[in-house]
Write a protein that binds this ligand. Structure first.
Ligand SMILES: C[S@@+](CC[C@H](N)C(=O)[O-])C[C@H]1O[C@@H](n2cnc3c(N)ncnc32)[C@H](O)[C@@H]1O
Length: 278
């Protein structure tokens, strides 16, 4: 395993601080959150349907490495990258614990500063659970993609869009600011473990525009239109049967218009082709 340390950009220093604090409790929170666990399962299903045997994966904002470990155990080789000191420590700890150093390589990089790995090509770029919502301009990340992807390589990006029904419904309870918060174009202050930083929400059109003309949309899916947002943990304890019904409703409708472009997150899967489309 190569562990490369790179100084985080100043602009992301609060993001680093926040996620470093969160890294200690990140996995245990998910273990007790059925909604998050269901969401991750849907992402894995979607990603696996486009991965081929022996594919190499570049993972952006890999957090504690849950997905990297999942893919490695399925036989894929993963370069896991993240900005946060704490998250990088967690991935390294897991790689060692699970004896996966041949399958998972770990590098500490902001996804806006990936120049040091420009000489490498991957089959699949993966970013899960809104890591890309921490950047104000997606182009700062997607500009790297053509140099990292092999021809016909795939990107699978799981990003929070502006329209989230479970947040909008709060309008009925008079919580106007909360309900409309994702529409704030200048960003929304997020607070994780007492550290504030800005987050930004992207429609699938904005995501496709940032990818550019060499990317063709293969699949667009919602993640959590009927299923409540993961922060509504109380729902899973009070109404477990209703929750599994809503999960099923989401699984049936996730790929269809108009559901596929709204939700807590959306999954965008696109193929890169070196031929320029005019
Ligand atoms: C909500 S967590 C998601 C983690 C992981 N993908 C998962 O599915 O559990 C967001 C992650 O994005 C990372 N992140 C935020 N800004 C980043 C940046 N500029 N470059 C790389 N990683 C970043 C954070 O450190 C954090 O690990």
């Amino acid at each position: 395993m190569i562990v490369e340390q790179k100084l985080s950009q100043d602009v992301f220093s609060d993001v680093n601080k926040a996620f470093t604090k969160q890294s200690m409790i990140y996995d245990s929170y998910e273990e007790n959150n059925k909604i998050l666990a269901w969401m991750r399962k849907q992402v894995h299903k979607a990603a696996l349907s486009f991965l081929k045997k022996d594919d190499t994966i570049l993972e952006l904002n890999s957090g504690t490495g849950t997905d990297a470990v999942f893919f490695a155990k399925k036989g894929f080789r993963v370069l896991a990258t993240d900005l946060s000191d704490g998250m990088i420590n967690e991935i390294n700890r897991k790689v060692k614990l699970e004896n996966l150093s041949a399958e998972i390589e770990v590098m500490q990089h902001s996804y806006t500063e990936l120049n040091p790995i420009h000489n490498r090509k991957f089959d699949f770029i993966f970013s899960n659970f809104g890591g890309l919502n921490c950047v104000s301009d997606l182009n700062l990340v997607t500009k790297h993609f053509s140099s990292f992807l092999k021809n016909n390589g795939i990107v699978c990006l799981v990003i929070m869009p502006p329209v989230c029904p479970w947040e909008l419904i709060q309008l009925l309870r008079g919580k106007i600011k909360f309900a409309l918060r994702r529409f704030n174009k200048s960003g929304l202050p997020a607070n994780i473990e007492g550290v504030s930083f800005y987050t930004y929400y992207f429609s699938y059109r904005k995501i496709m525009n940032a990818l550019g003309p060499n990317f063709k949309l293969l699949k667009l899916m919602s993640l959590g239109v009927f299923t409540p947002i993961p922060q509504m943990e109380v729902f899973q304890n009070k109404f477990p049967r209703l929750l599994s019904f809503l999960n099923s409703l989401d699984e049936i409708t996730a790929g269809y218009f108009p559901f596929n472009r709204i939700g807590d997150h959306i999954i965008v899967i696109a193929r890169y082709s070196v031929e320029t489309k005019n």
